[in-house]
Write a protein that binds this ligand. Sequence first.
Ligand code: Q46
Ligand code: ZN
Ligand code: ZN
Length: 304
Amino acid sequence: MKCRICMAKAIISLPQHNLALCAEHFDAWMLKRVTKAIEEFGMFSKEDKILVAVSGGKDSLALWDILLRLGYDSSGLYINLGIKEGDYSDESERLTTAFANRANAKLYVVNIEQLHGMSIPDKAYAKKRKTCSLCGVTKRYYMNKIARDMGFDVIATGHNLDDQAAALLGNMLFWKMDYLAKGAPYSPPMKAGEFAKAKPMVYCTEKEDTVYCLLRGIAYIERECPYSKGATSLRWKRALFEMEESSPGAKQAFYFGYVKNIDLFAGKDEKEDVPPLTCRVCGTPSWNEVCSFCSTWDLHVDEI
Ligand code: Q46
Ligand code: ZN
Ligand code: ZN
């Protein structure tokens, strides 16, 4: 297998693009894929301050590395969830910190156990809630808080094409109209002074992100979060993997066909786009008098 550009030995084959590339041209290709997403969806410019949500995994570290190489003003945010199984959270934090130090980039670290006296799994157990749902509420809250407090323009996450296509498949199977209205790779700020949300890795697959990290010598946490076992999204990913094997390009056609037609779903969600209230505890936009984060963590006015 030879690189389509220079005929040197190829290190990766990309049947969905009818392409094979050597290490050097694959690296350049990844930068172009991310640039394409940023430009096509008008995600941000070199003047914007970008907060990259990093988990210590390959996708978010590849994203942060690429943004830094492309000259974007990007800082990282790592949220330590306190997951002890296999030293998962602490190991992810070590790897993220090592990356930030090597890249000489600013990293914000939020430690849930230190802030709230309980880890995410322990709090979920105490509240009889699903760990992932409590985790999602908490991560969203701190991403938004740091972005707002530190004056970021955009929150960028490492979601790749596999993630987006799997989420789309799950939402379509059950016709979740509110989610189908919101599956675009970019959401502009809800109102002036707020921040946008962007997924610049949307043209890259999991396999491509893995190879990119290996080539760049980026050490990342290879294990998945122990709580992701049995997640329905893994089932959709497996189904899409099989479809992609027999029809290369199917995943990309599926997701980007949807993005092109996303207006079909606009206004079909039952909820308004902007929360109408302000949480009386923390003051963030909220659907209820007390937001889901403050009620989850049993916070009262004098604790904020
Ligand atoms: S929600 Fe659930 Fe993830 Fe949180 S507890 Fe792990 S699997 S990290 S995206
Ligand atoms: Zn080449
Ligand atoms: Zn609140």
